[in-house]
Design a protein around this ligand. Structure first.
Ligand code: GTR
Length: 327
């Protein structure tokens, strides 16, 4: 009897200890689409390490790479709902949810990558971040995703006429479908994980992405013409479920932010190295790459895409103008 009672007491004490532990230590899960060794994968692992260190173990983050927790649009919903706490998202598929964030998906809105970062650091960046947070996704830091260019299996693209009739995979976002349609092509929205097979079997003729993703996915093996249109420069975020973030103390918020910014610093450095390395890899493997000397015809063709965005979001005209006026 006495023994039984003691055992029960110890059991209760252990349960209380566990429970109180669970109340303070949070275990978070994070989504990333990329493979091992990719700049974002390494940087998100660093983020996880820094989160634990800087929060004194109050928050631990387990990262799931390679899109194992679902497609990007699904994962965005999961983080918004709090089924997952963290995601390294491209702002492309966030655009349909947060109109402010969709501004970065207007083709040729940024002059180059440094311009994009200057915009993100200013008032326009704050408007984009606020727009995302209002939809449940708090961005803590911005990652570099370079510029996206067209690729396909048959020919070099030099003018919009070269895109006519081409079936091109795009990420889930009507602006991208509009972009391809305005060039005379047939847009095909599709999950990242399906693109390789679709290129290989001819379900699509081409796609568009930056150097590292063109290389890491092996798309260059099945679509060997890469034409430097650089039509989209889209940032990526280290995003946290807004409710989870807002519930934290100021110290914990600051710790998370610091961890994200440090991971972004690492990502930017790894990104620059990987862009060069990826280009070398695909060219050595036989991919044919071409510069496009005059991109003005591509830019002019995008006027209806801008008009459509502004008609749907008249209040965001100042945001577009602010970005365009940013030096
Ligand atoms: C990559 C990006 C991914 C994903 C992918 C795609 O460049 O890093 O998050 O958006 O492109 O094309 O789906």
């Amino acid at each position: 009897m006495y023994l039984k009672f003691t055992a029960r007491l110890i059991g209760t004490a252990a349960a209380v200890a566990l429970l109180s532990g669970a109340a303070t230590a949070e275990q978070w899960r994070g989504w990333n689409i990329h493979v091992d060794g990719y700049p974002n994968t390494i940087a998100m692992d660093k983020f996880a390490e820094l989160v634990e260190e800087k929060t004194g173990g109050e928050i631990t983050l387990q990262m799931f790479h390679g899109g194992t927790l679902g497609s990007q649009p699904d994962a965005i919903e999961q983080v918004r709902l709090g089924a997952l706490e963290v995601g390294n998202f491209n702002l492309g598929p966030i655009g349909p949810i947060a109109p402010e964030a969709n501004v970065v998906s207007l083709p040729f809105i940024f002059k180059d990558v440094p311009h994009m970062f200057r915009v993100l650091e200013g008032d326009a960046g704050q408007m984009i971040a606020d727009g995302m947070a209002a939809k449940g996704l708090t961005p803590l830091a911005w990652y570099d995703a370079g510029a996206r260019s067209f690729y396909n299996g048959t020919k070099a693209i030099n003018t919009p006429e070269d895109v006519v009739g081409m079936k091109v995979r795009v990420m889930n976002n009507d602006l991208y479908s509009g972009m391809i349609a305005e060039l005379g092509g047939n847009p095909s929205p599709m999950a990242f994980s399906e693109v390789y097979q679709s290129l290989k079997t001819g379900v699509v003729d081409g796609a568009e992405n930056n150097w590292p993703s063109y290389e890491s996915t092996g798309h260059y093996e099945v679509a060997g013409y890469y034409s430097l249109s650089q039509h989209l420069i889209i940032p990526e975020c280290v995003c946290v479920n807004a409710d989870s973030y807002n519930a934290l103390s100021d110290d914990m918020k600051a710790a998370l932010k610091e961890a994200a910014l440090e991971s972004a610093e690492l990502q930017h450095q790894l990104w620059a190295e990987r862009e060069t390395a990826s280009r070398e890899t695909v060219e050595t493997a036989g991919a044919v790459t071409n510069e496009i000397a005059d991109k003005s015809a591509f830019q002019t063709a995008m006027t209806p895409v801008y008009e459509g965005y502004l008609e749907a979001n008249p209040s965001l005209r100042p945001l577009v103008e602010l970005i365009q006026a940013t030096e």
